[in-house]
Write a protein that binds this ligand. Structure first.
Ligand SMILES: Cc1cc2nc3c(=O)[nH]c(=O)nc-3n(C[C@H](O)[C@H](O)[C@H](O)COP(=O)(O)OP(=O)(O)OC[C@H]3O[C@@H](n4cnc5c(N)ncnc54)[C@H](O)[C@@H]3O)c2cc1C
Length: 401
């Protein structure tokens, strides 16, 4: 069987290779970088990620890497007081059939990488940046940046925010620059202020800024992600930045929240980008996946979770109609489009209305959020954590039969 080509060996690309391999479908992963890997930072995993892990055949390995936190805490960065807390206890796990956890990105990517390396049906190739594609109804021919070509039955563009596959398929120019700057640091747990070493994913919300922290890697590390809405105009990814520059965005918040910034070191900067949802990301035998299809701000902590859900829906669709790849890609897209659009748009909304407001707007946020019980919170997030998109894949399969 001719393989399916996947552009990009990030979490989305490797998850897709594993999803296809679970269905007996061979793939070639073309990664532009010289090595396959992830940046040294954390990632939050909603219960929907765990449904995807199980489907993709890496459930046990992924569970072994995770830190299982007790709650999601929202703090007021001006007063230092807790606004609300969403418990992630047995009631949460029962309702959403899986836990909520945090994990080191390298560990998560490593889980997929090991699984791909051990699988005969996955061919991983580095130094293989995808430049463009052509298709004739049966075969997709991919031209690499060095001019060489690779052919397969289909092409999945999992090549991230600046996707070359998207450039050709959609042609909608550069991503939208949000004006929000995120600084990341990972510190040893003993350097985190002792009174803030909570087993929680904590978010301190302040005017035009917020701070997130949680433990990582068996509690050896703490992940710090701090964001400042400073109207930055140019996209930036992973640039080292001075402590003073980070500090400047947080001088107006309470000392208890500021001390988190003081503990960070080796800060790196990202100017966040996303895109508006689009109505089509499929062209014949070519489709987009993950950030290439629906890049979003990280405010729901769902970009990688959505990429893994995409991988589930895509593998399911292709396996359901192996002789109709175009139909399978259309069906994958219709399973995923509105759900991912909702996360894209609502991520912007919570940045504006929950994480960054000031004055009366912040007071109102606090009052509304304080009034919610755990059950209210579970109802509020049911649309996101209560489904993987796999249910859609299963019913689509049933409809076709
Ligand atoms: C600050 C921050 C915090 C976040 N926190 C969370 C979180 O808590 N939970 C969560 O679920 N998500 C989170 N996300 C989002 C998440 O990181 C992304 O959505 C996810 O990594 C996207 O995966 P991907 O595989 O689609 O793209 P990427 O991870 O960008 O992978 C794309 C891959 O393609 C390669 N590539 C690029 N161009 C080419 C080419 N032309 N040819 C071949 N290969 C190419 C790249 O080298 C890369 O390996 C966060 C994002 C940010 C910025």
């Amino acid at each position: 069987m001719q393989p399916i080509i996947i552009a990009g060996g990030g979490i989305g690309g490797l998850a897709t290779a594993m999803g296809l391999a679970q269905k007996g479908i061979p793939s070639i992963v073309l990664e532009r970088a010289a090595e396959l890997g992830e940046i040294g930072a954390g990632i939050q995993l909603g219960p929907n990620a765990f449904h995807a892990f199980d489907y993709l055949g890496v459930g046990d390995a992924a569970r072994a890497m995770a830190v299982y936190i007790d709650s999601l805490r929202l703090m007021d960065a001006m007063t230092g007081n807790e606004i609300t807390r969403i418990p992630l206890d047995d009631a949460f796990r029962t309702r959403f059939r899986n836990p909520y956890a945090v994990v080191h990105r390298g560990d998560l990517h490593g889980v997929f990488l090991r699984a791909c390396r051990e699988h005969d049906l996955v061919d991983l190739r580095t130094n293989s940046g995808v430049a463009s594609y052509a298709q004739d109804g049966a075969t997709v021919t991919v031209t690499l940046l060095d001019g060489s070509v690779v052919s397969g039955r289909a092409l999945i563009g999992a090549d991230g925010l600046w996707s070359n596959v998207r450039k050709q398929l959609v042609g909608d120019g550069a991503p939208r620059v949000s004006g929000h700057t995120t600084y990341r640091s990972v510190i040893p747990t003993e350097e985190m202020p002792e009174d803030l070493r909570w087993n929680a994913a904590t978010l301190w919300a302040g005017p035009k800024c917020h701070i997130v922290h949680y433990p990582l890697s068996g509690w050896k590390l703490f992940n710090l992600v701090v964001t400042y809405h400073n109207d930055a105009a140019e996209p930036v990814a992973g640039k080292p930045v001075s402590h003073d520059e980070v500090r400047r965005g947080f001088e107006h918040i309470s000392p208890v929240a500021q001390q988190i910034i003081e503990k960070g070191k080796d800060w790196k900067l990202w100017v966040l980008c996303d895109r508006d949802p689009i109505t089509n990301w499929v062209d014949g035998r070519v489709a987009l996946l993950g950030d290439a299809a629906h890049p979003m701000l990280q405010y729901f902590a769902q970009g990688a979770c959505m990429a893994m859900e995409d991988a589930v829906a895509l593998s399911h669709s292709i396996a359901a109609t192996p002789d109709d790849l175009e139909g399978a890609l259309d069906s994958y897209q219709s399973m995923r489009r509105l759900r991912t659009a909702r996360v894209q748009l609502q991520s912007r909304e919570i940045g504006q209305h929950v994480y960054h407001p000031a004055g009366a707007h912040a007071e109102l946020r606090n009052a509304v959020m304080r009034a919610k019980s755990a059950t209210d919170w579970y109802d509020t997030i049911d649309w996101l954590y209560g489904s993987t998109g796999l249910e859609g894949a299963v019913s689509a399969e049933t409809r076709r039969r």
